[in-house]
Each structure stands twice: as C-alpha cells, then as structure tokens.
Design a protein around this ligand. Sequence first.
Ligand code: NAP
Length: 308
Amino acid sequence: MNRKVIIIGSGPAGLTAAIYAARADLNPLVFEGNQPGGQLTITTEVENYPGFPEGMNGPEMMDLFRKQAQRFGAETQFKHVTKVDFSERPFKVWVGEELFTSDSVIISTGASAKMLGLDSEKELMGYGVSACATCDGFFYKDKKVLMVGGGDSAMEEAIFLTKFASEVWIVHRRDELRASKIMQERVLNHPKIHLHWNSVIDGILGTKETGVTGVMLKDTQTGDVREDSCDGVFMAIGHTPNTSLFDSILDTDSKGYLVTKGESTATNIPGIFACGDVKDSTYRQAVTAAGSGCKAAIDVERFLELSD
Ligand code: NAP
C-alpha cells in the first residue's frame, strides 16, 4: 500500500510530525529506528519542556508522544530503515528486503554521540567506556569515573553520575566550560564533582577482562602526559547527525547536517522534508525538535495538496 507520508525516526521531532500528520488524516507510518523515542530515552529528567513544571522522565515523555500520535491513527513500527530511493515519486524506503512507498517522507533521524576516536576507547566500549551515563551509571556504585566534555550534556550527566559514583571528574580541554551558567554552578558547587581543566584523554587503560583501570591525561597547555586511575570513562562531547542513509542524495552543510530551505523543512528534493536534530546543529532541544516536527507535517500537508 502506497503511503501519503513515511516518517523516519521517532524522537520529539518525528513523533510530533506523526501527531500533526495523523490529525491531518495522512495516516503516517513511523519507522522508529534503532533508538525508539530518540535521545530523550537516554536522558534523565527533562526539566525544560514547557508544561511539566515538576520535570518529566525522558523515556516516559516519549511514550506519551507515541501514544498521542497513535491515538489519531499514526502507525509506528519498531523497524530500522536500511535504504532509500528518492529519485522519483512515489519514494522508496526499504527495511532490509521489505519495500515501502510513499508520496512524501519526513526525515527525523536525529544525531548520535561523538567519540574521541581512540583505539583504546573502541576496544573498551561497554567495558568501562560509555556514551550514556543514564544507561550505564548504575554500574559505577562507589567508583571513580571521568566525564569528558564541557557542555550542558557533560554537566547534566556528571550530576546524574554522582547518584552512584564516589567521585566524578570532568575532563575538559579548556579552562572555561561551555555549559550554561546554571549547570556550571551546580557542577562547580557539587561536593562529589571535580575538574581536570586543560586536559584531554590520550589513551584509556585496561582490558576487557579488567575493565577500565585508568587513563592517560594530556595537559593541553604543556603537553605533559600523566596517568590517572579510574573505573569508568563517559563521553559527552557533542553529536554527529544521522544522515548516512542520505549520502549524496540530500544536501548537507559543512558539519554534515541536512539543509532545509529558509524557514521551511523542505530539503533539496520536493516531497522530502527534514526536522529535528538531523537538521539543527544550533538549538538541539526537545522543544525545538518538536516544533520543527510540527512544521514538517504542515509542509507535507501543503505539498500533498499542491501535488495531488
Ligand atoms: P556541546 O555544547 O557541543 O559541548 C561539547 C563539549 O565537548 C564542549 O565542551 C567541547 O569542548 C567538548 N569537545 C568536543 N569535542 C571534543 C574532543 N574531541 N575532545 C574533548 N572535548 C571535546 O554539546 P552538548 O553538551 O551535547 O550540548 C549540545 C546542545 O544541547 C547545547 O546547545 C546544549 O545547551 C544543549 N543541551 C541542553 C541541556 C539542558 O538544557 N538541560 C542538556 C544537554 C544539552 P569546547 O567547549 O572546547 O568546544
């Protein structure tokens, strides 16, 4: 059955697009991907989404988004899209061998955590190295852990880790944090959190058998390298947009984010729209992603009206 709209990705952007498209009677099909609910499902409390004065647990919030979309007729499938062909309409979308077609597509594939690119980091991923404090923090009860990064994510996750760890050391490459003032204050005043200023990790020590036992810390000003013991290393150094499906199909900017036209969510291919973090390297908030998902569904509605 040919669809009016397929939505690829199920974070705040994709599920908001699904709510609006479903209420517009477009019967959207949502492919939820490898991380149903998107990045909010690996966060703790969402304190800045309007309408929730007491804060809200990220996974629960995404369950509510999904239920709201389903209530109006959106179909959501826990499937990961593996290939697309946008060269003609209807557009083709594959999940393995299974082919789906649609008159329009909304891309809301989000962004994924960046890593340092060290061999030792790859080797020890899941054995003491993690990019998700919410997922793995529990394993570090009364241990010493490092958190790499100086942005809001690193601050938020460092604070979360203090629930379990005895000591949390933030490793930041400069002498000034990038994070918002309120998060900086919380971290700098926290008795369990300490900072390694002007420092980067040059290598992670340990084996799959022992887990992480320490790191080699390099001073970014003097170049000196010294060993520091720890039981876990968490990364929070930013994100890369999930665009590999659309390589050489859709236009991207210099950082690899999908490009959309003006205020709209239209990509360079008429009928293909993008919203959320996959096209936003600046704001990257749940509420801005939801707003752009709403815009994508309205853009699709108008596109389908004009092209029918
Ligand atoms: P970010 O703001 O881009 O911060 C990334 C941090 O990682 C920076 O401090 C950066 O250092 C450091 N970094 C990057 N590459 C590195 C490398 N190779 N080695 C060592 N350090 C490296 O990313 P984010 O913290 O994920 O936040 C992204 C956006 O989401 C921001 O707009 C943020 O405000 C927002 N956010 C908001 C909340 C909230 O409001 N509760 C929570 C999380 C995120 P430099 O500073 O030196 O560049």
